[in-house]
Design a binder for this molecule. Structure first.
Ligand SMILES: *Cc1c(COP(=O)(O)O)cnc(C)c1O
Length: 376
């Protein structure tokens, strides 16, 4: 950039301090197509293990921290981290974006994941954005409805018959051999991307409790690591108490925690409406267990009935989340939280993705001639 004298207009290419005319010099005014925005990726630049491909960002992260009206009756200050506004409507996008940044730099041409839900759509979307091919492995009984969202983005869906639990490990092994980079639920770059949730929360509030819907454990580990990094680097005084929240019908981590086990065991016959957190054998389960013990954190499981109730109450203040994402708020009643405590619950994904199971509303009918009567 050139230097210019605001008095006489002389320009200089070199780094002079004053103009020949005696006036000061300044840089020319910027002209061009500026990159505006101080995204979470930029604000916390040094915390990522790989340089984020900012030009390919879809605007994931930097989600609102909403003050909830529900806190009042419980005597707490409740905030909701609204991750439903991410580009594919769940927090998965944060991790997918960072892992995809790595995949691109590492020269991979194809990426993959094992998922039927939010992660599948997220990986398919970002693969297209990054100009990569994606292979989405799903179980035999995955519903066509869900697969549609993946195909729309251009992902290749592959139904795999056989033991779904083994698919996670098999995909990593085969991916390595075939040059497909699998971005599964607790891929290390994915987990790093989730740290942004903790960073943003810490910018807006210093919470006493953070409620985290937990399935594979990737999200929980990411949020925990984010807070720990802030704390260890002197950017946060007190660590919050993290709470892993699971559905009663599939709660392998809470069960192992309660029973004092050091390993998570497979949860047989999982059954819950909170499908997005129903991994019966979470690949990061043992790691979550270790964190819970080390920091004296908590694990709480909630019933489907409580989930439906929490989902309805959130909708009544304008936030429509999927069942899995309502578990945090559902867990509030089961926790003994001191009066006045600051609590953040992570609303992990949008309710529009699970319309099929959503309650039917009443629809009134009215002929136009009688509209006045109907509206009274
Ligand atoms: C993936 C997901 C979770 C759980 O995340 P894990 O990293 O698997 O523990 C929670 N809620 C929603 C909506 C999800 O899509």
């Amino acid at each position: 950039m050139k230097l210019i004298c605001p008095l006489c207009g002389r320009t200089y290419d070199g780094p002079v301090q004053r103009c020949e005319c005696g006036g000061p010099v300044e840089f020319e005014r910027f002209r061009g197509e500026p990159y505006i925005g101080r995204s979470v990726w930029e604000r916390f630049w040094d915390f990522w293990p790989v340089e984020p491909e900012l030009e390919l960002s879809l605007g994931e992260g930097d989600t609102p921290l909403v003050r909830s009206k529900l806190g009042k009756e419980l005597g707490i200050r409740l905030y909701l981290k609204n991750e439903t506004v991410n580009p594919t409507w769940s927090f998965k996008d944060r991790g997918t974006f960072l892992a995809m940044s790595h995949a691109l730099k590492a020269g991979h041409k194809t990426v993959g994941t094992v998922s039927t839900g939010n992660m599948a759509a997220s990986v398919a979307a970002y693969a297209s954005r990054f100009g990569l091919k994606s292979k989405i492995l799903v179980s035999e009984n995955a519903s066509n409805e869900k697969l549609k969202a993946v195909s729309v983005y251009g992902g290749e869906v592959v139904r795999v018959s056989g033991d779904y639990g083994r698919l996670y490990f098999e995909s990593l092994e085969l991916g390595e051999r075939l040059g497909i980079y699998f971005i599964n639920s607790d891929n290390p770059f994915r987990v790093e991307g989730y740290k942004g949730i903790a960073f943003e929360i810490a910018e807006g509030a210093s919470p006493d409790y953070v409620l985290v819907p937990t399935s594979s454990g990737g999200l929980f580990r990411g949020i925990a690591k984010g807070f720990l990094e802030l704390h260890e680097n002197g950017l946060m005084d007190e660590l919050p108490t993290l709470v892993a929240v699971q559905a009663e019908g599939c709660s392998p981590i809470c069960r192992a925690f309660r029973e004092g086990k050091s390993r998570v065991e497979r949860f047989e016959n999982p059954k819950t409406i909170a499908k997005a957190i129903a991994n019966p054998y979470p690949p990061s389960g043992d790691a979550v267990l270790r964190l819970l013990r080390e920091f004296n954190w908590k694990c709480v499981s909630v019933s489907d009935g409580e989930v439906v109730e929490a989902q309805r109450r959130l909708a009544n203040e304008g936030l429509f989340v999927q069942p899995a994402s309502a578990t945090g708020v559902a867990a509030l009643k089961r926790l003994e939280i001191p009066e006045g405590a600051k609590v953040v619950s992570i609303l992990t994904g949008s309710g529009l993705k699970t319309l099929k199971g959503a309650p039917e509303g009443e629809v009134g009918e009215c002929p136009l001639e009688e509209l006045e009567r109907c509206l009274r």
